[in-house]
Design a protein around this ligand. Structure first.
Ligand SMILES: [Fe+2]
Length: 232
């Protein structure tokens, strides 16, 4: 039999980083975000984009101590990532801007969207209610034609033993690289970094916790040309 060569073409980079020891930083920032929500007259603002039933902040001021402290933790992991992606760090610096927060109470969710005008985007989970089921981060297969007619796939159950047929289009979490979406369960301190053009959504918060709010911080990452002083 002739040799079969497999190549995975058009791969999409997705990074996750789990931060630890963030309890105090989270608490301070959560208090600050709730204080913003308390004085906000608008349920939504012009940036609300995908938010359905949640509260979307305006862009946060990174000079506010609670925000600045978190940024000092979130920005360093980006350096090795953009180095690995081959970004020109000699002539361009990394620009992290348009940072915002979303509080999703019970039943809130986010519709499918992309983040225009940036290169990478970050979602960071500040608060996830106990017991889970507070809304997963779902990324759609960016190869749009790949979802025209997905095959019926086998899906392992949570125990990993029994395999049950899984009919399209609900193929989240299937194997063989043929799923049309992947799902990430939020965890406090989890940072998800993805290409800004990658379409994503958040499923409905169905937490049964007595404190069901799910709080995320997001921001976009782009490049900014370094300014070289003119030589006279
Ligand atoms: Fe988003």
């Amino acid at each position: 039999m002739s040799k079969i060569i497999l190549e995975h073409i058009f791969p999409t980079a997705l990074y996750t980083v789990q931060l630890g020891g963030m309890e105090k930083i989270h608490k301070d920032l959560i208090d600050y975000i709730y204080s913003l929500k308390g004085v906000s007259k608008q349920k939504h603002n012009k940036y609300k984009a995908s938010s359905q039933g949640g509260w979307h902040s305006s862009f946060l001021d990174t000079d506010v101590p609670e925000v600045k402290t978190l940024c000092q933790e979130l920005f360093p992991p980006l350096n090795p990532i953009v180095e690995g992606l081959g970004w020109d760090l000699e002539n361009y610096k990394i620009k992290c801007d348009s940072i915002w927060s979303i509080i999703n109470p019970k039943y809130a969710y986010n519709t499918s969207h992309v983040h225009k005008g940036s290169l990478l985007s970050v979602a960071y989970y500040l608060k996830v209610p106990k017991g889970g089921n507070a809304g997963s981060f779902v990324i759609k297969d960016p190869r749009s034609f790949a979802t025209f007619f997905p095959p019926a796939l086998l899906k392992k159950d949570k125990g990993g033993e029994n395999i049950t047929p899984q009919q399209p289009p609900e193929t989240i979490g299937c194997t063989n690289g043929q799923s049309n979406a992947i799902e990430i369960e939020p965890k406090e301190g989890l940072m998800v970094i993805f290409p800004s053009w990658l379409e994503h959504k958040v499923t409905q918060n169905l937490s049964d916790s007595i404190d069901p709010d799910r709080i995320v911080i997001s921001f976009n990452v782009s490049q900014e040309m370094k300014i070289t002083p003119l030589k006279r």
